[in-house]
Design a protein. Structure first.
Lengths: 253, 178
């Protein structure tokens, strides 16, 4: 929905009122096995102990779209385009139903994976970055993005230590390799290469995820405290204004 | 309204319109005998069928979400129906194809550039046909992508809102037919 100037003004005023604590969006990104979920949980516990009202959202978790994706993954019927578009739909639905309502209410949202996951995986599957990025418009930029960097070897070792990667996680749809572990090693190397480019382009905070859990956690706390007072990004005005328009029309919130 | 055109072999023909039954009737007419090819219809992948039975608590999808799902369904149709048939030298009538979704998106206020990018993966149809409702006739559109989506977007709002969305989509399709 093309945002009206009134909706854009309302969005800007809401998030930039001096003296008012605004909602914050913090994203945790990185390949499987980088330990980001462990760090996300520790971070959430710490924030709550500090009195923050925290909402967590995970990749591919919308109540509306997740069952559609799950049923197609189970029969391995997704092409790279379908995979990308369905995850884009899941993301959009969560932005409208979970993330923006929480930010509007002044809460702190932790995203366990954000749109960068879609970009890295889809480009690793051979799709065009420009096409995929535009699917996610209007873009909603997190206040902070922590990128948990590990080597393909570490990712592979950690993931395969306790389980066999599933078909799409291993990228078997594009590698055509029968052995899921071998396929995972090839695919995750591509995904990590894309992540590293995105981390540079989008100015993510890179965390050395080969460090100890405690070291990473304390680093994240410190970086969060340093970064939390950043001004609201006006890039987000379109996304918020579109959502406000939907809310007015009764299709969201 | 549309003219009756006999389709030559191995081509993609797009038939677009807000009324699913009229679009299908036109697709059948243009295809002629079924041995010449086939019709690729909306929701061949069953995405919207699953959406229809989703729990209301999951929240209503926005126009943007519905269009991402339409594109996913179209990618499915291209992979399993349209491209294989063309490769065999057969004619495929895509009913609906891209224009219906673009018109719905424009009626919902979405940016034309976003919509064009969304459907960039879909090849151009050699022939584009439009099935327009008769002017001045207020027909309730229930079936197909437009009916389904307008139901979702207008849920809980006055009936006229839904009708207005359908009419705006039809108006955008008329513009795209020029």
């Amino acid at each position: 929905m093309r945002p009206t100037s009134a909706a854009l003004r309302a969005a800007r005023e809401h998030f930039t009122t001096p003296g008012k604590r605004r909602g914050l969006l913090v994203a945790f990104e990185g390949p499987d096995g980088s330990g980001k979920t462990t760090q996300r949980k520790l971070f959430k516990t710490w924030l709550e102990s500090e009195g923050c009202d925290v909402v967590t959202t995970k990749w591919n978790s919308s109540d509306l779209i997740k069952p559609i994706i799950k049923s197609r993954k189970s029969v391995r019927s997704l092409s790279p385009e379908e995979f990308s578009l369905l995850h884009g739909a899941d993301f959009r639905h969560r932005v409208e139903q979970v993330i923006l309502p929480a930010l509007w209410a002044g809460k702190l949202v932790i995203a366990d994976r954000f749109l960068f996951t879609g970009l890295a995986r889809d480009v690793a599957r051979g799709l065009d970055l420009d096409w995929v990025l535009k699917l996610y418009q209007p873009l909603l930029w997190p206040d902070l993005v922590f990128y948990f960097a590990v080597s393909p070897a570490t990712s592979g070792k950690r993931v395969t230590a306790t389980r066999t990667p599933n078909f799409y996680e291993a990228g078997q749809d594009v590698t055509q390799v029968d052995d899921p572990v071998e396929s995972y090693q090839r695919f995750i190397a591509r995904v990590i290469r894309e992540y590293e480019s995105l981390a540079l382009i989008f100015n993510m905070i890179t965390v050395d995820a080969e460090q100890s859990i405690g070291e990473q956690h304390h680093l994240i706390r410190r970086l969060f405290l340093e970064g939390r007072e950043r001004p609201w990004s006006d890039w987000n005005a379109d996304a918020v204004a579109e959502w406000l328009g939907q809310a007015r029309n009764g299709t969201s919130r | 309204m549309t003219r009756n055109v006999r389709a030559p072999k191995a081509q993609l023909i797009a038939v677009d319109g807000v009324e699913a039954a009229a679009v299908l009737a036109d697709a059948r007419a243009v295809l002629g005998t079924p041995t010449q090819g086939g019709i690729s219809r909306w929701d061949a992948s069953g995405v919207f069928e699953e959406l229809a039975v989703a729990d209301e608590a999951a929240g209503a999808p926005s126009a943007r979400t519905l269009l991402l799902l339409y594109a996913a369904d179209l990618a499915f149709r291209l992979r399993w129906q349209i491209r294989p048939a063309l490769a065999e030298g057969r004619t495929v009538v895509a009913a609906p194809y891209v224009e219906t979704a673009m018109a719905f998106g424009r009626a919902a206020g979405l940016d034309a550039a976003w919509l064009s990018n969304l459907f960039r993966f879909a090849p151009r149809a050699r022939t584009r046909r439009f099935v327009h409702p008769q002017r001045g006739r207020r027909k309730t559109v229930r079936d197909g992508f437009v009916g389904f989506s307008c139901d979702r977007l207008a849920a809980g709002r006055p009936k006229q809102e839904r009708q207005r969305m359908v009419e705006q989509t039809a108006a955008h399709l008329r513009r795209r037919d020029r």
